[in-house]
Design a protein around this ligand. Structure first.
Ligand SMILES: *Cc1c(COP(=O)(O)O)cnc(C)c1O
Length: 409
């Protein structure tokens, strides 16, 4: 038997043992949606999560949602109404962010390899481009000059440090992201001299970290770096985007990150900041931490079989919707996501089974030798922490099974 990750707080069953999501029975949600596989996102949990963040963080820090974690339009519209800004990473996401109702001034566009038409769309809309290189800066300036619009430009800094313990390192050393810190002052002066509207710095050192101390240390380093760069430039950045980094517990032994500790440390860091940042605004951009826990992936058992003594629950879902749960999205060692039998939620486990998907590849394993209550054909299996990097980060065209349904409740 191998353990599975912790079921997020806030989920319960009704008297029949049926998992409730947003107060509704999982089987009723599947019926409303028409079929499994289905991602359900609990809007109340999203609202509560944003409130939890605001209660923990200094009031002067803005919250941005990094929409690549989950761009499902109804969820995006809800998030846009709750947060202070959206961070996008493609022209497609920019269009979705503008359609969500967020003000263009509160949208920032990061990501390497922005094409001219994407730069132009951002400049026309008034969104901020987080520049990833000197070459991209020159293209943005010339597009702005051609259109007669002063582009809103921030510089993404590749810091000289990374976020300790992060699942994905986005800074430190040679990276495709951002401009090396040593080259930033010259570039920013160039932007200001060319008449662009300089919006500040974007410094994103890593993501999926659970260690509050490591996040707090990185934020302190980030503020210090922003101050050093601002002194070199001789100008105050209007906004310092501190990145994010806060992860969620996916695996056995993982714990929720202590956001109260991060908030307290950040308050102290900001209170002590260099005078050149006195009038700067600050933001954090979060994807996963905001939305992962509110999502549940529901899939139905199609077959139950035994092979060489191992019991398999074969479901109608799989890695084409939940690549990360199969261990094939940014993890080195395959471990089990939080998983449950949705119609026997909270019931004691009685057997060890492997939950697999319907794809004809051995990679398609959603739960490896996990202890679960008895499940048979037609029962529902739930995978938790499915609100981020689920449907959007999975190869839904693979094997012609089609995309999953998605629903915000
Ligand atoms: C992906 C990304 C994020 C969000 O990361 P999470 O781990 O989902 O919080 C934030 N900022 C940038 C620049 C990103 O690329």
């Amino acid at each position: 038997m191998k353990p599975h990750g912790p079921i997020p707080d806030g989920f319960a069953a009704d008297a029949d043992g049926m998992l409730l999501i947003g107060g509704q029975r999982a089987d009723a949600l599947v019926e409303d949606a028409g079929d499994t596989p289905l991602f359900v996102y609990d809007g109340r949990m999203l609202t509560d999560r944003v409130a939890e963040w605001r209660a923990a963080m200094p009031a002067e820090v803005q919250l941005h949602y990094a929409m690549k974690a989950n761009p499902h339009a109804p969820l995006l519209a809800l998030m846009a109404s709750l947060v202070d800004g959206l961070d996008v990473a493609s022209g497609g996401e920019l269009a979705a962010a503008l359609a969500s109702g967020m003000n263009a001034e509160d949208i920032s566009f990061a990501g390497p390899g922005k094409r001219d038409r994407e730069l132009e769309a951002a400049i026309v809309s008034g969104a901020t481009l987080n520049l990833e290189s000197a070459g991209e800066a020159e293209r943005a300036l010339s597009i702005g000059a051609r259109l007669g619009i002063a582009p809103h430009l921030a510089v993404r800094v590749n810091p000289d440090f990374d976020l300790k313990g992060s699942g994905m390192k986005m800074g430190g050393g040679a990276k495709p992201f951002g401009v090396d810190a040593a080259e930033v002052p010259v570039l920013v002066r160039r932007l200001i001299d060319a008449g662009a509207k300089w919006r500040g710095f974007h410094i994103f050192a890593g993501s999926q970290a659970l260690d509050a101390q490591a996040i707090a240390d990185t934020q302190a380093q980030t503020v210090a770096l922003a101050a050093r760069l601002a002194r070199d430039i001789g100008a105050t950045p209007p906004l310092v985007n501190l990145g994010g980094g806060m992860g969620v517990p996916y695996f056995p032994g993982d714990r929720d990150v202590d956001i109260a500790a991060i908030g307290a440390a950040l308050a102290a860091t900001l209170a002590d900041r260099d005078a050149i940042l006195a009038d700067s605004g600050f933001a954090m951009e979060l994807g996963r931490w905001l939305v992962a826990g509110a999502g549940v992936y529901l899939t139905r058992v199609v077959d139950r079989k035994t092979s060489h003594g191992e019991t398999f629950l074969v479901t109608d879902g799989g890695l084409h919707h939940q690549l990360a749960a199969s261990g094939n999205f940014g993890t080195v060692i395959r471990r089990n996501y939080p998983v449950a039998v949705a119609n026997r939620f909270g019931v004691e486990p009685v057997e060890t089974v492997s939950v697999v998907g319907c794809l004809c590849t051995p990679l398609d394993r959603l739960g490896d030798q996990v202890a679960l209550p008895r499940a048979d054909v037609d029962d529902l299996v739930a995978i938790f922490q499915a609100g981020a990097y689920g449907a959007t980060a999975s190869p839904s065209a693979f094997l012609g099974q089609g995309p999953a349904r998605e629903m915000l409740v």
